[in-house]
Ligand binder design. Sequence first.
Ligand code: G3I
Length: 373
Amino acid sequence: MRKNKLTIVFWAVLFALASCTTTKKIGSNYPVSLKTAFKNQFLVGAAVNAQQIEQKDTAANRLISTHFNAVTPENIMKAEWIHPAWGTYNFTLADKLVAYANTNGLKINAHTLIWHSQLPAFMRGMHNPDSVRMYFEGHINTVASRYDGKVYSWDVVNEALNEDGTMRKSIFLQNLGEDYVVEAFRLAQQAAPHTKLYYNDYNIEQPLKRAGAIALIKKIQAAGVRIDGVGIQGHWSINHLPLKEIGQSIQAFAALGIEVMFTELDLTVLPNPEDLAGADVNQNTAYNERLNPYKNGLPDSVQTKLATAYADLFTLLLKYKGKVSRVTFWGVNDGQSWLNNWPARGRVNYPLLFDRAYNPKPAYYQVLKASKK
Ligand code: G3I
């Protein structure tokens, strides 16, 4: 009897020791989470894909609930997915996202209502202004009102500008005229009175395009229409991180009395064709081996360069306390990143803080270190 008791105690002690070791291991991998590290500064978000929303990816789920307090659907709320045929909507995945976010304490930035890209097939090449207007009004009213109070914010209009700050000649501009952006915000404000409304674009930290964005935001404000913030996407490269322009842009946009966010952050480590900067999904390049130098692993020197770039960026963002309200990474880990397939398909890129096995990279630790400065 006494021997049995001793055996039980022995195994209990062994089990307790093993648990401690595991906790310590997890603890040393994750000294503190991203959302905790920046809790007094800004929300920390990630773009989530369909698999993650459907919780098919356990490792990703654990990582999301540990590190993030905001999510942006990477694709499933785009018009192509949510509005597949005229008058027909598919809300299945967006509804799942709302449930998933509620359970995990995540604020949803819904992405996106009006974007010239990823339009439903029935709208592509549409030249009839009446049909475009009917689509435009119906889409905003239906989708924005359904999720009012369920999502925290909307990217109401995405990527309306050219690099020189002029308006992109999109299907909306051509059929509805220059005021379509103001109209989109007006409709969104009516349909979603409890939801924050944002303008989102890439390269708007660059002076010319920034000036275009400022003019657009002022136009919305002058019309008496609500705009709550601006999203600088943040698809940059470790070789050209525009820190000076980022700082100037935070100040310039914040001076308009709106929130400033970094909404699609990733830093490519791969070489790209010279004329390519930003995130125009229609700019594609043919694959060649020279464009895919790290397919067997990232050299330490590049890993360090990535970590330093992230540290520099976060150190800068922390200087603007109260002005930057959210920083969202465009993906949870490197394996998920769109940059594996853009501008050339089938490359191996390493742009995020977590690697393909969901482990934190040196960049993760540098970002945490920056938060403690
Ligand atoms: O889901 C289909 C699948 O059924 C099909 O078999 C496969 C064949 O190509 O395509 C799959 O869809 C792809 C989708 O991503 C989901 O993986 C599309 O082809 C592909 O074009 C799409 O790319 C997305 C891209 O936007 C275009 O919508 C990227 O994941 C997404 O990261 C990217 O995100 C954009 C932001 O919305 C706006 N700013 C730039 C940013 C990066 O391009």
